[in-house]
Every structure is written in structure tokens, then in C-alpha cells.
Design a protein around this ligand. Structure first.
Ligand code: GAP
Length: 500
């Protein structure tokens, strides 16, 4: 297994080298917080979205789909609270012009023998406590202070008292006096609709796909033969002007979400439905190659809940840069539907045939970030092994998600009957799956090239195929086992492994 610290670099390099993910607008120096998916990346991402849609929508009886616009009537965002509340606390360093999210900037007083001798500040990461302690000891040494130092207790900058703002050093300069007080920064991207650019034509790129669902709830209830409890699922782009995009595609400014709004009766036991969804999502992750052993849960403290939430639990994944949020499962109560009912004047009530009651439903919201699932899948799949004295980089992707399901190789490329047979098999398989054909180079090298991009099966057409038994050799990427089978057996085998 690759060292943790290098793992992220190795994944980013592999993504670039093999055409999974590129920095956006790279020829112009890139654009911070934006990424493009290349030929293999788009396959992986589409496979994740298709697996999700199949499992969440097609294989369930209680969820229907939706594809709403990215730009809604801007009143949507007033009603949803995003215009007033969808903010991050921003801190500027007046000297360096750097900007920080206040809740990612940590500080502590350095107290020696009861006297505060200064402050240290660090940016949030796994090693920040050790870094802050080292800085504190340096400060004590430089100021030649004797006595015992109190433990360094880090707090984030949103918790700083006004009199502390000027005392906390800027992480950019190491000196105090240049940090501003935190101020609310709205993360929605604005645009204008129509020819006139003024406040009346202002609109927003959606920061979540969820609101598209809420504003279509009534249409779907009126037309869709749905009965509570039921869910509406949507996959699509979301945009946030993040202060600090970071960790590759983990936190970007344009990303994709896969969201479900699951409508329930206000009398239902929302806590158990919420827990049920958390378990269901964890099982889903496990089934696509993100092992449960690397997942954990984080319950948001009441004081830090989003403006719409009465309870949120994040499903956390052990990313190479630390344990971070992969997915949120929020209990939104009736906040959104009630807000839209009050703002639009359109009733959002549901008539429940079984209880003969009318009510505005409550909602449980499992919200997945597609790009974070891509990164988690890649992190879990990436491995480096030694085989026959040679290093091999392998992506152990689940066959459902792999960009290419199989690669077909003629053993040699200068034997026409062999090449023709391999080509015909390739074309037969291609009608059904995305498969690759490669005739160039030694067979071992061809396997390695496919291992690195996660192709689960290599299929070799050799002399025995054309001269003896018509069988081909299937090589399994993970076990390295080689099995000979007929072409019909091969199709059945692949079908079982890929389509499940
Ligand atoms: N509708 C609820 C909602 O949007 P959220 O926790 O803000 O909740 C849900 O976002 C999911 O969207 C997150 O768990 C994460 O997977 C993904 N996400 C949020 N911000 C992101 C960003 N800047 N870049 C990539 N993914 C992001």
C-alpha cells in the first residue's frame, strides 16, 4: 500500500497521466476550484451516477426522478434562506491579501506561568495541534520566558473575542494585527438573466440540487401517483464560491450532487427513518467499493446545524488527507416546503388517504457529492504491489464502476487470423460494454496499462483459440487468476460480474 502522505499525490498524478481528471483551463494556468473529467474520468463518474440512479430510483418502489434547471426563479433562494444564510465566515489578512474561512483558521493563546505571552495560529489539518505546540514553544524560547506553559487549546476564529482579532497572527505573515473580524460571505454565484443587468435581473447558479426538488414537489404529487413515504431523486451540477477550494476535487467551486428528498409524515418516527437512510447509504458505498471499515459517522452539534436542519449526520470517509465528509444525511423537517408555501402562496399540503389527514410533509435528505464519491472510490481502489519483482500500480475498481470493463488482446499483432478473431470478439463485447482493444507491446505491459486504469478483466486471444479449442484466456485484475473459456461462457461470466 502506498504511503498515506504520497497517496494523494499518486492519485492526482495518475488522474492526470491517464486522462481521468485535469485542472480546468490548464492552458491558461488553470482556474482554482474547477476540474475537468477526461475520457476515463467521465466514464467513472457516469458509472457512479448510473449505479446510484439504478439502486436509488429503479430498484426501489418509493423513489422517482427529476431533472430541474440549474437557474431557478430567484425567489426560490429567498424562500429557502440561501440569500440570507448560505454564508461562510470569511477573514481577510490585510497585509498579504490572503482570505481564510474563519472556521478553518485555528488559534490559541500561549500562556506561561499564568501570563499570556502571545498567540499562535494554524490552518485546519490533521497535524495542526502539533504545529501549534511547536510554535508556542518557539515563542517561549524567543521571548526567554521561564515557567510552565499551559496546554495549547485551539479554537476556531469564529469563536475569537473581538479584542483577540488584533492579537492572533495571520497564517500568511506570522504577525498579528492584519486579520479582520469574520464577516458573512455568501457562497452563491450570481448571474443576470436577459439583456439588462441590474438587481431586477439577478439570478443564482444553484448551490444545491435540493431546491429544484422542493419547487417541483407539488407537480410530482399532482401527476406522479406517489404516496407518502416517497422520495424524489436528482443528479446535477451545483456551484459554490468556496473561499478555500482544496484537496483536488474534494472541495471545488463547480461540482455535482446526487440528492434525494424523502418525504415522510410529520407523525412518522423521523429519527429511525434518518438512521435507516444512513445505514442504507453506508451499505451502498460498501457495495461499490468504498469499504465500511473506512467510513464513520459525525453528528453535527445543534449549534452548528445548517439553517434548515433539525439534525444532520455526515458519513465520513478516511480520505488520504484525513477523515472528512463524504455525504450528509439531514432531517430538514418541513422547513423548505413550508417556506415555499408561505412565499409562493401555493399549498404544499398532502392529503394522506390512510390517516385522512392533511399535512406539509417532513423530509429526510441523503445528499451525495458525486466528485467526493469519485475521490473516495479512487482512494479506496488505488494500490501499489510488487509482482514478480516488478511494481504494479493498480486501481481495484468495482467492475460496475470501471471505465473499461475488459480489454481484448491478440497475443501477437502480426498474425492476421489471430488479430481478426480478437477484433471480432472486441466488437461483439463492445455492443454491450465499454471495452478496450490493445495489440501493441508485450502482453505483460498491456496488462499493466489496464491495471493502472482499473480494467477488471484482460482477455487474450492466442494460437490455441484459432487452432484448437476456440477458447480465450480471461485474466482477473485482482487475483491474477487466468481462466480459459469459450466466447459464450465469457459473455455470461462478464455479465454476471459487471451487471450483477
Ligand atoms: N442539500 C444539502 C446540501 O447541499 P451539503 O452538506 O452542503 O448539503 C452535500 O452538501 C454534499 O455535497 C456534501 O456531503 C459533499 O459530498 C458535496 N459537496 C458540498 N460542497 C462541495 C464542494 N464544494 N465540492 C465538492 N463537493 C461538495
Amino acid at each position: 500500500m502506498s504511503e498515506k502522505s504520497n497517496l494523494m499525490d499518486n492519485i492526482v498524478n495518475l488522474c492526470k497521466r491517464r486522462g481521468f481528471i485535469f485542472p480546468s483551463s490548464e492552458i491558461y494556468g488553470g482556474f482554482n476550484g474547477f476540474f475537468d473529467y477526461g475520457p476515463l474520468g467521465v466514464e467513472l463518474k457516469n458509472n457512479i451516477k448510473q449505479a446510484w440512479w439504478k439502486d436509488m430510483v429503479h430498484r426501489r418502489d418509493d423513489i422517482v426522478g427529476l431533472d430541474s434547471t440549474i437557474i431557478h426563479n430567484p425567489t426560490t433562494w429567498k424562500a429557502s434562506g440561501h440569500i440570507d444564510n448560505f454564508t461562510d465566515p470569511l477573514v481577510d489578512c490585510k497585509e498579504s491579501k490572503m482570505r481564510y474561512r474563519a472556521d478553518q483558521l485555528f488559534f490559541a493563546p500561549v500562556i506561561v506561568s499564568g501570563e499570556t505571552i502571545g498567540y499562535v495560529s494554524v490552518l485546519e489539518d490533521e497535524g495542526m495541534q502539533a504545529k501549534a505546540e511547536e510554535m508556542a514553544h518557539d515563542m517561549k524560547r524567543k521571548l526567554a520566558k521561564q515557567g510552565e506553559m499551559a496546554p495549547i487549546v485551539l479554537k476556531d476564529f469564529t469563536e475569537a473575542k473581538p479584542e483577540e482579532y488584533a492579537l492572533v497572527p495571520s497564517p500568511a505573515t506570522g504577525k498579528p494585527g492584519s486579520l479582520t473580524a469574520p464577516r458573512a460571505f455568501n457562497m452563491m454565484f450570481q448571474t443576470y438573466v436577459g439583456a439588462i443587468q441590474d438587481d431586477t435581473s439577478k439570478a443564482y447558479l444553484r448551490p444545491e440540487t435540493a431546491q429544484g426538488i422542493f419547487i417541483n414537489y407539488k407537480n410530482i404529487v399532482d401527476t406522479g401517483r406517489v404516496k407518502i413515504p416517497f422520495g424524489i431523486a436528482q443528479i446535477g451540477k451545483a456551484f459554490r464560491n468556496e473561499i478555500n477550494p482544496r484537496n483536488f476535487i474534494f472541495r471545488s467551486r463547480e461540482f455535482e450532487q446526487m440528492e434525494i428528498e424523502y418525504f415522510i409524515s410529520p407523525d412518522a418516527d423521523w429519527k429511525s427513518i434518518h438512521t435507516g437512510w444512513i445505514e442504507y447509504c453506508m451499505d451502498w458505498f460498501d457495495g461499490i467499493g468504498i469499504p465500511k471499515s473506512r467510513l464513520s459517522l459525525y453528528e453535527h452539534p445543534k449549534a452548528k446545524l445548517a439553517h434548515y436542519s433539525k439534525g444532520t449526520t455526515d458519513i465520513m470517509f478516511e480520505f488520504p488527507f484525513g477523515v472528512q465528509e463524504l455525504q450528509g444525511v439531514a432531517a430538514r423537517g418541513d422547513f423548505d416546503l413550508s417556506q415555499h408555501q408561505a412565499t409562493s402562496g401555493k399549498p404544499m399540503e398532502y392529503f394522506d388517504e390512510s390517516s385522512k389527514k392533511k399535512y406539509v410533509p417532513h423530509v429526510i435528505e441523503p445528499s451525495f457529492g458525486v466528485d467526493r464519491v469519485v475521490l473516495a472510490v479512487l482512494s479506496a481502489a488505488y494500490d501499489e504491489e510488487e509482482i514478480e519483482g516488478e511494481k504494479r500500480v493498480v486501481l481495484k475498481l468495482h467492475p460496475r464502476l470501471a471505465p473499461y470493463k475488459a480489454a481484448v488482446f491478440p497475443l501477437v499483432k502480426n498474425k492476421p487470423e489471430l488479430v481478426e478473431r480478437a477484433d471480432a470478439l472486441y466488437r461483439r463485447l463492445k455492443r454491450r460494454w465499454n471495452v478496450f482493444y490493445d495489440a501493441a507491446g508485450a502482453i505483460g505491459r498491456r496488462y499493466r496499462r489496464q491495471d493502472e486504469i482499473g480494467t477488471p478483466f484482460g482477455i487474450t486471444v492466442d494460437f490455441d483459440t484459432i487452432e484448437k479449442d476456440g477458447k480465450v484466456t480471461l485474466r482477473d485484475r485482482d487475483t491474477l487468476e487466468q481462466i480459459r473459456m469459450t466466447e459464450d461462457e465469457l459473455v455470461a461470466y462478464l455479465s454476471e460480474k459487471i451487471d450483477g
